[in-house]
Ligand binder design. Structure first.
Ligand code: CO
Length: 135
């Protein structure tokens, strides 16, 4: 597993939150991207070598809508960059972790992603992501 690729934050109102985080970082988001399959709209900020992803639900069945309902706004997941997502899935499965989607799906920002179930990771939703270009 390589570096932290980004940290995902669940927000109720993307537009409002873009303003808040722009003020914090002193810089605007560099992209907005909807991921239809996940029912989310995201925006990305770059702070040095780090990225922050804000996630807003686009429908009530979205995982983000459910998260907001249960926990409210805040840190939603930590994403780690991996070189080979399929090898990592295999390794972590063998270690006994529950993978939410064993077949990587296309996430935001040109990545293939899988998520580890928080029940096996001390409550932390972990995303693994691999650049699609290198897949
Ligand atoms: Co993410």
């Amino acid at each position: 597993m390589n570096k932290i690729e980004h940290i995902g934050i669940a927000v109720k109102d993307l537009e409002k939150s873009n303003e808040i985080f722009s003020s914090i970082f002193g810089e605007k988001h560099y992209k907005i991207e909807a991921v239809e399959s996940e029912g989310v709209k995201t925006s990305f900020f770059k702070i040095g070598n780090n990225k922050i992803e804000l996630l807003e639900a686009t429908n009530k069945d979205s995982p983000i809508a459910k998260f907001l309902e249960k926990k409210g706004e805040g840190v939603h997941h930590i994403a780690f960059a991996v070189d080979d997502i399929l090898i990592e899935v295999k390794r972590l499965k063998k270690e006994g972790f529950t993978i939410l989607n064993e077949i990587p799906k296309k996430g935001a920002d040109n990545k293939l992603v899988v998520f580890l179930h928080p029940k096996t990771t001390n409550g932390v939703l972990i995303e693994l992501c691999q650049e699609i270009a290198s897949f």
